[in-house]
Write a protein that binds this ligand. Structure first.
Ligand code: HEC
Length: 110
């Protein structure tokens, strides 16, 4: 019986750890800070520091209403050929790009 109990406790710990990990899937808090900086500095160089547009179009949630998170991720990953929008796949991971896309849509990253 005590053995069963300790196995049960261990099992609950493992499940909890997996659940916490899944809930935070995406990027670490540190990476989120770095990406937020990149969004305003690097993306902001073309899209405006406050993303209201410049050389590139504005990227506020209301401007992206017709684009899904997947659409936005594709543009960030591959860029738009024939326009100044560069591809970011050499610099950012899929996770980073997914996080940025959800952030631009103002969707929770929780
Ligand atoms: C060198 C300038 C430049 C930089 C840097 C840049 N973009 Fe762009 N981006 C553009 C231009 C120009 C367009 C419009 C392309 C077109 O005409 O379809 C665009 C389009 C987009 C679009 C599609 C918007 C729409 O309404 O169709 C998204 C999303 C986007 N950029 C996100 C980003 C993100 C995120 C970053 C930073 C990781 C970034 N861009 C960095 C120039 C840039």
């Amino acid at each position: 019986m005590p053995r069963f109990f300790s196995q049960l406790v261990f099992g609950i710990c493992v499940i909890t750890a997996v659940l916490i990990n899944t809930a935070q899937a995406g990027v670490s808090e540190q990476r989120a800070k770095e990406l937020t900086y990149l969004l305003h500095q690097d993306c902001g160089a073309c899209h405006g520091m406050t993303l209201k547009g410049g050389l590139g179009p504005p990227l506020l949630p209301q401007n992206l209403i017709n684009m899904s998170v997947a659409d936005i991720s594709a543009v960030i990953t591959y860029g738009r050929v024939g326009t100044p929008m560069p591809p970011w796949k050499a610099i950012l991971t899929d996770n980073d790009i997914h996080w940025l896309s959800k952030t631009l849509k103002a969707e929770s990253n929780e």
